[in-house]
Each structure stands twice: as structure tokens, then as C-alpha cells.
Design a protein around this ligand. Structure first.
Ligand SMILES: [Zn+2]
Length: 190
């Protein structure tokens, strides 16, 4: 072994957290998104209370932890999920109650306090949701929803990025990246 002290200006190694080492091909910077499907999601913090533009109680569920069912992707946090108490058009249901019921909750809330109390009581209990991919261009607001609309790789998986059709030129592609998003909360076992 040569004497490393003879190498001038040699820096000490950058510190590495070997307990959480990013092996090549593993996680690290490149987050592998779960394919579209139904997953268990764990609310880990009390929901943030707000209201919709038209005045309904709305909560932001952030973050929801996707519980990996023995799969290669890591625990992922899904942010910016909002539900409110306004009825879906032509449906005897609303997004907030969908969320509560996806936990197996069988209460019948009628007031904002009851909805809010139920959501707080369900922190730490898994919900069930359809999760899909979504990419958003901050510059032109172009949105692509749905994993199957992303470019397909040769191995049958989908590329987790897409060129913004409005902001890309032939020489200069503007890439936008997919995130996992909740499409709908569904009752357990569905
Ligand atoms: Zn764009």
C-alpha cells in the first residue's frame, strides 16, 4: 500500500451514514413510485383544518405514509391530500366521509366538530386509497394524471417523468416528475 500522506491536498472522506446507506440500484435519490393501485396509508399527524372556497370544512392530511406491502419501494410520504364535507355531485357521499370510512369507521357524523373529531381519532390508523401518479408543471400548470399516460420503458414499467408539452422545445426538454397522489379513498377490502 502506498503512503497516502504523500498525496498532497487529500481531503478526508465525506461522512456517510452507513446505517442508511444508499446502495447503487436501491433507493437513494431516485424514488421508485408505487404502481397505480390500492394501498394502506397511515396518517401520522393531526389533520390541518381549513375550508374550501365555498365554505365547507376541509382538512389537509399531511403526510400520509404509504405502507409498503413487502415491495421494493420505500415508505413514501404522500402530501397535499385534502378532503372536505361537500357532497360529490349526484352522490350520497363526500370526500371527508370517504376518508373516514376507508379506515373502517362506521360513525354517522353530522357536524363539523364530529367530522373533525373523527379524523383526529384516526391518526395512526391506516386508511385505504387508490394511489396513482401525477406530474405538474409549475410554469404552465400542465398536469398529467395517471401512471399509464407516462412514457413506457422497455421492461413494461413507466418512466417517472414526462416532457412538458408546453414548455419543452426540441433542443431543450422541460422534464416534470411524477408524484404519488391519492385518487380516492375506498372502504377496506374493496
Ligand atoms: Zn409547462
Amino acid at each position: 500500500m502506498s503512503d497516502i500522506n504523500e498525496t498532497e491536498g487529500l481531503k478526508a472522506p465525506d461522512p456517510v451514514d452507513f446505517e442508511n446507506y444508499d446502495d447503487a440500484g436501491g433507493g437513494g435519490q431516485k424514488i421508485v413510485l408505487p404502481p397505480r393501485g390500492v394501498y394502506s396509508l397511515l396518517p401520522t399527524e393531526p389533520p390541518k383544518v381549513g375550508k374550501t372556497k365555498d365554505g365547507y370544512l376541509q382538512v389537509e392530511l399531511t403526510p400520509l405514509e404509504l405502507i409498503p406491502p413487502g415491495t421494493p419501494w420505500e415508505v413514501q410520504k404522500i402530501n397535499y391530500t385534502r378532503v372536505n364535507t361537500k357532497k360529490w355531485p349526484n352522490k350520497n357521499a363526500n370526500g371527508f366521509a370517504d376518508y373516514l370510512r376507508s379506515h373502517g369507521y362506521d360513525g354517522k357524523p353530522t357536524s363539523n366538530e364530529e367530522y373533525q373529531g373523527a379524523a383526529e381519532a384516526l391518526v395512526g390508523h391506516p386508511a385505504q386509497a387508490v394511489v396513482d401518479w401525477e406530474a405538474y408543471c409549475k410554469e404552465c400548470r400542465y398536469t398529467l394524471k395517471g401512471m399509464e399516460k407516462f412514457p413506457k420503458n422497455e421492461d413494461g414499467t413507466y418512466e417517472q417523468r414526462v416532457k412538458c408539452p408546453n414548455c419543452s422545445t426540441a433542443e431543450n426538454p422541460k422534464w416534470i416528475f411524477a408524484n404519488a397522489r391519492v385518487v380516492a379513498f375506498v372502504p377496506p377490502g374493496k
